[in-house]
Each structure stands twice: as C-alpha cells, then as structure tokens.
Ligand binder design. Structure first.
Ligand SMILES: *Cc1c(COP(=O)(O)O)cnc(C)c1O
Length: 354
C-alpha cells in the first residue's frame, strides 16, 4: 500500500498519473517506442508539448488572453535569475517572505537595484507583510505566492502599476486566482504538477517586446517563446508527466473543484492543530497556507512518541524544514482527504498519551 505522502517536494502525484507515466516509459501509446527514446521533434512529442501548454493556459483561465506557457529547465531557481536578466532595466521591487524570496533577491541583485519593499524576517517569516507602499518606477514587483518552508500564503495580491511577477512553485493550480493579475509567473513542476526537471513559466506575450536583448539564449524568454519551448531538447518525461497531471486536474473539475478539496483538507488539519493541546501552529492564522501547514509541539511536549506514531501509521514526509523545526504537512492537490484524516487521527491519539 502507498504511504500517506505529506512531502513538501518532490511530492505526491495522482496515482493514475503515475500509472500512465510508468506505462509510457515502457511504450508510448502503442507506437512501439518508449516516451524517453523518441525525438522531441516527433509528431508524438510535439502533440504532448502542445497539449501541456494548452492545458496550463486553459486551467488558469488564460487561453486566448495573450499569454504563452513555456516548459523550461533549471528549476524555479533558474527563474530567480532569468526574470531579472530579462526584465530588470534599473530597479525592481521584491517582497521578502522567506528563504525562496531571499534567493530570488540574491540573484536579481546581479542585474540591477533590488528594493526590498517589505520583509517578514523579523518573525522568522511566519506572516505576510501587508499594506506596503509600492514605489513608482519599478521594472517589476516580485512575490512568492506560497512560502513552502514557512507555511504562509498571499491571500490578497499587492496592488502595483509595475508588472507583477510571482514564484508560484508550491501553489500553482491549487486555487482560483485572477491569473491575469500576473504578467509572469513560474513554478518548478515538482510541488503540484509533476516530477522535477521542468519549470512552467506563463507570461504575457506583450512583455516579450520589453525584454532586455543581451541575454544568453538559454536564459532568454524570447528565444524559448519563439521556439515553442523547443530551443533545445526539453525534459520529455517531466513535460509528459506534467501534461498527465494537468489532464487529471481538468477531469477533477479544474482549479475551482480542486480548491474546494484543498480547503477541506486544510480546514481538517488546521482545526486539529488549533484544538490539540500538544501542538501549536507556526504561521499567523490569517496568512496560513492551504498547501503547507506548519506546526510545532506545544511547550514542554516531547515529540518522540508522536514521531513513532505517525511513522507507524504509514505517514511520510511530515518533518518540518530545519529553519522552522516541528512539522509540516504538505497537502498538495493529489493528497486525499483520507490522508489528511489519517494525520488528524494520529494527532488525536498522540494527545491522549500525554
Ligand atoms: C521548491 C521551491 C523553489 C525551488 O525550486 P527548484 O525547482 O528546486 O529550483 C522555489 N520557490 C518555491 C516557492 C519553492 O517551493
């Protein structure tokens, strides 16, 4: 039996997707060849890439609205520098909500002036800074919509006249948004979309005309957009598996349906964190993430018994990030309500042992 997988990333994928991906590695759709041994220029793979891009735009409600979807490589970490390399002329604004924003800021500084609009570092990033004054004249404003490590999430977007860029690695396709509020957003596949190896970038086509020209080809959005994500050999397995996950998501009823499912799981877990005397939540309540629920042991509680119990209950990946400690339940799209309930049951049983 599969374990209840609460891993923060790489993380759980739908069982049906795993099944189809495994089959395609042996043989793709009865063509007598494996997915990973055919040319990326074959009609079979081109159809897969086209479908993955079309589904990404359809699910975010951006089809026909002047956006393009790219499947690139190098992880979200490469987007930290790519965004700046292409879009920074003189200065850009960043809201620092944790380790990933911090890394994005570090890379952007190579390309121009970074204005740190706000930061929640003073409280170990357990909240989202609000009501920030955004200066005029920025080349763009960058945010991290969901902070995977700290378990916080933007529930309202900052208002800005500058192009809005977002790292959505850990909450893309998990909630309804007006995705057209963003000029560019990106996500490493391995949190909510597929295996590691590809990064989805969705950008406004009109932005392409404003980009810096002296950018190396592999780092240029214009080059990748012009070549339909086929400038060089794409990571075919990661793109295919992401395409399957997006198909699965569409079958579930799209983002509107998965959002309800995600909210139900989050409510189950957070209600228990708040009720249970053995635990306390880490993130400020109003900024809690619907994808990564972070919590610690209450003062004076020894967690060794709890660790034994959740391991024995076939729960995996619950340990918190080293910078926060405690526990982190990642409840991505593919995690079932039953798995969330399993965790709640173990938390309740642990409380009874105290
Ligand atoms: C995991 C993660 C990253 C890093 O992604 P890579 O694909 O490993 O580079 C960046 N940002 C956020 C919000 C993440 O959760």
């Amino acid at each position: 039996m599969k374990k209840h997988n609460f891993s923060a990333g790489p993380s759980i994928l739908p069982a049906a997707v795993m099944e189809k991906a495994a089959t395609a590695v042996k043989e793709l759709d009865g063509i007598g060849l494996s997915l990973i041994e055919i040319s990326h220029r074959s009609k079979e793979f081109i159809a897969i890439m086209d479908k993955a891009q079309a589904l990404a735009l359809e699910l975010t409600g951006l089809a026909g609205k002047g956006y393009q979807a790219l499947f690139l490589q190098g992880g979200a970490s490469t987007q930290f520098l790519m965004a700046a390399a292409n879009l920074m002329k003189t200065k850009a604004g960043y809201i620092n909500t944790g380790a990933w924003s911090d890394k994005a800021i570090k890379e952007a500084k190579r390309y121009g002036e970074v204005i740190e609009i706000a930061s929640s570092k003073d409280k170990n990033f357990n909240y989202i800074p609000k009501g920030n004054e955004i200066p005029a004249g920025l080349d763009y404003l960058h945010i991290t919509t969901n902070n995977t490590i700290f378990g916080t999430q933007f529930h309202a977007l900052p208002k800005t006249a500058a192009p809005l860029i977002a790292d959505m690695s850990s909450d893309i396709f998990s909630r309804t948004f007006d995705y057209s509020s963003f000029d560019l957003f990106y996500a490493g596949a391995q949190k909510n979309m597929g295996p590691a190896g590809t990064t989805l970038v969705i950008l406004k086509e009109s932005l392409l005309a404003q980009m810096n020209e002296e950018v190396p080809s592999m780092l240029s959005y214009a080059v990748h957009a012009d070549k339909g994500s086929m400038f060089n050999t794409p990571p075919v397995f990661a793109v295919y598996t992401s395409m399957l996950t997006l198909e699965w998501l569409k079958e579930q009823g799209g983002i509107t349906a998965i959002e309800k499912h995600n909210q139900a799981k989050a409510k189950l877990v957070y209600d228990e964190i708040d009720r249970n005397s053995a635990f306390e939540g880490f993130a400020a309540k109003e900024d809690r993430s619907f994808m990564n629920a972070t919590f610690n042991l209450a003062e004076g509680v020894d967690g060794s018994k709890f660790d034994e119990m959740w391991n024995a209950a076939d729960i995996s990946g619950l340990k918190g990030h080293r910078s926060v400690g405690g526990y982190r339940a990642s409840i991505y799209n593919a995690l079932s309500l039953e798995s969330a309930q399993q965790l709640v049951d173990v938390m309740q049983q642990f409380e009874k042992t105290l």
